[in-house]
Ligand binder design. Structure first.
Ligand code: 5AD
Ligand code: SF4
Length: 425
């Protein structure tokens, strides 16, 4: 999501006549797009800003994104060489802010969060010529006890289906064949126009756009992940064989404390829909260890869940206390060393699962979308519909980027597969 935010900001810069340089040293304007989901990400921003405190006399600095929204004008005190502080909800006004900077204003802010503006993004400068992001919903109306997002990205705003469809058709016409729909919680998408499409309907329609061969989406909240989404996916293989369904914990008690609005059983029902579906979907998730009050027994339930679901991959994090969130007041903090221990156990268990699951794929034929090339290895980098990296050998040394190629898997590791090109039979 942040990568795509950067694409929107860079697009506006180009549109206003700016150009991009190779290094921050060469730049007249340096913008930091920031994340505050965990404390570590936030600290990084202030460390980086320090790097330029002395050397950046002739430069203009701006802080964008969630740290900007969260810290607001305090950033001007903490880093006086910063001239612009702007949260993501204000990006529609980013062009005006540039004009203010150019006029010499050294205290420009965009911190309003109750924006009603629809977010058409006409100037987006996309990094990848074959795979494009489309934001369908911004903000979040949930209130998970650990999470800063509702404070930094504001309330939910869905984009009209017409605007989303137009962007998808335009991208297809420009040669993009893969689309990734983005939102903090895509499943609660609700078309604000009279058509009133829900997320499953939007998915089905995007998949029908001529020229689009793959559609992905992220991220899914289990509470809003309803059966019609699985049915839509089953109907049309353009909708990729992958679901990222964030669980956070395997303990119903911890899920309640997190205010996640589902139990472990509710979650497992959704996993069952996916496991009983027409195709085999790869399943991935996010896990937090060491949430306040998480006991050894709760943690064991998370480990059991990993055994039960057999995820294809996961992201795992140590709980990090965030400003404004309700978990900040909770007692029974888990000690840092204990969080670290639990994190290591989760990662080790998952690694073993991935080694086994990936090894099962040896011998399979898979279609990959070619994304890059490892020149030193003489290998192409491909991605499968189920979101695995599959590196492969091919007689051609160029011209494959963006193409779809059949590959037979010959080797596997914990995080990727290796294979060789096989001509279609
Ligand atoms: N501490 C640790 N992990 C967090 N996440 C969100 N907030 C926190 C926090 N305070 C994780 C969740 C979420 C992912 C994007 O980041 O697992 O799904
Ligand atoms: Fe944060 Fe919960 Fe919203 Fe996800 S659903 S962005 S974890 S508040």
């Amino acid at each position: 999501m942040n990568v795509h935010d950067t694409e929107k900001v860079v697009g506006t810069l180009f549109q206003q006549g700016y150009s991009q340089v190779e290094t921050p040293e060469e730049a007249g304007l340096v913008l930091y797009n920031t994340c505050s989901i965990r404390d570590k990400a936030e600290q990084k921003v202030f460390n980086r800003l320090q790097n330029f405190k002395k050397a950046g006399k002739d430069k203009v600095f701006g802080v964008l994104g969630c740290v900007a929204q969260q810290e607001g004008e305090k950033i001007f005190d903490r880093a006086p060489h910063v001239s612009l502080v702007c949260g993501s909800a204000s990006y529609p006004k980013f062009g005006d802010m540039l004009v203010q900077l150019e006029a010499g204003n050294r205290h420009v802010t965009g911190l309003s969060i109750d924006t009603d503006e629809t977010f058409d993004t006409p100037f987006t400068r996309r990094d990848n010529p074959h795979r494009a992001y489309i934001t369908i919903i911004e903000g979040c109306d949930k209130s998970c006890a650990y999470c800063v997002v509702p404070f930094t990205r504001g309330p939910e705003r869905s984009r009209t289906s017409e605007s989303v469809m137009q962007e998808a058709r335009r991208l297809a016409a420009e040669g993009y064949s893969e689309i990734q729909l983005l939102g903090q919680n895509v499943n609660s998408y609700r078309d604000p126009s009279p058509a009133g499409w829900d997320f499953a309907t939007l998915l089905a329609r995007i998949a029908e756009v001529e020229g689009i061969r793959r559609v992905r989406y992220t991220t899914s909240h289990p509470r809003d992940f309803v059966k019609p989404i699985v049915d839509a996916m089953d109907e049309n293989p353009v909708l990729c064989d992958h679901v990222h369904l964030t669980v956070q914990s395997g303990s119903t008690r911890v899920l309640a404390a997190m205010d996640r609005l589902y139990t472990r059983d509710d979650y497992m029902r959704r996993i069952d829909w996916l496991k009983n579906a027409k195709r085999r979907y790869s399943l991935t998730t996010d896990i937090i260890v060491g949430f306040p009050g998480e006991t050894e027994a709760d943690f064991q339930q998370t480990l059991d869940l990993l055994d039960e679901v057999q995820y294809d991959s996961l992201f795992s994090f140590k709980y990090s206390p965030r400003p404004n969130t309700s978990a900040l007041q909770m007692e029974d903090r888990v000690a840092e060393e204990e969080k670290q221990r639990r994190l290591a156990i989760v990662q080790e268990k998952q690694r073993a699962i991935q080694i086994r699951r990936n090894a099962e794929m040896i011998g399979d034929q898979k279609e990959v979308h070619v994304e890059g090339r490892h020149h030193s290895l003489n290998q192409w980098i491909g991605r499968t519909t189920d979101n695995r990296t599959l590196n492969f050998s091919h007689p051609e040394a160029d011209g494959l980027l963006g193409k779809y190629v059949n590959v037979r898997v010959t080797r596997s590791g914990p995080n990727s597969l290796v294979g060789e090109f096989t001509p279609a039979a």
